[in-house]
Design a protein around this ligand. Structure first.
Ligand code: DGI
Ligand code: FE
Ligand code: FE
Ligand code: FE
Length: 187
């Protein structure tokens, strides 16, 4: 699919603010893919579609998670997590994206997973550091992303887990598993 066609499909699904965020993720994902040797076109496509389902109703996303037999635990955790797996499904169904590597980068862009691919890491980190993001700790992750993608990803996960814990919110197990997996692999 061409960039412009994909962008116009996404633009109809999300708010203007979220669309601006998406354009930032696209630029950042392309930059990181070039830097770390990921497939640039796949990174671009995954970034364009990563928040496709962000404004679907909770009811629709929960129904998809049940019908498609996704991790049922998701439903016990914050609904903010649902747009990633539900989005991968909807992008396949409605936009006709079939590339599993691209769909997985969408599916795991919020929680991560054990054994993340380079493409998945690129999209995860791009989502976290795109130029429109302004939250405590983002600058540190931006700097790490210039040197070491895994270090940037670990720091982003750490910030997310700490942020959730400070608010007394539960942390989805895959978020912890991803943090542990990457931290144990680092020498
Ligand atoms: O969709 P975005 O805002 O661009 O970013 P995202 O998809 O990475 O994250 C969406 C939200 O999900 C964010 O506010 C943090 C939250 N989140 C990420 N991991 C977890 C989580 N929430 C819970 N409860 N548990 C998690 O493990
Ligand atoms: Fe998202
Ligand atoms: Fe993210
Ligand atoms: Fe996003």
């Amino acid at each position: 699919m061409k960039r412009e066609e994909a962008l116009s499909l996404v633009r109809d699904q999300i708010t203007e603010h979220r669309y601006t965020h998406t354009l930032g993720v696209v630029d950042t994902a392309i930059m990181l893919a070039e830097k770390y040797g990921a497939d640039v076109q796949k990174a671009e496509l995954a970034a364009i579609f990563h928040d496709y389902a962000k404004f679907r109703s909770k009811e629709e996303m929960a129904a998809i998670i049940k019908q498609q037999k996704m991790d049922p635990q998701l439903l016990s955790f914050h609904s903010e997590l649902w747009h990633a797996p539900a989005g991968a499904y909807l992008v396949q169904k409605e936009a006709g994206v079939t590339d599993e590597a691209v769909l997985n980068a969408i599916r795991y862009h919020t929680s991560g997973r054990i054994g993340m691919t380079l493409l998945e890491k690129v999209v995860y980190v791009a989502d976290y550091i795109e130029p429109g993001r302004r939250f405590p700790g983002v600058e540190e992750v931006r700097e790490l992303a210039q040197q070491d993608l895994d270090a940037a990803l670990i720091q982003a996960l750490k910030n997310t887990i700490q942020f959730l814990m400070k608010k007394n919110q539960p942390v989805y197990p895959d978020t912890f598993h991803t943090y542990n997996d990457l931290t144990m692999k680092k020498e």
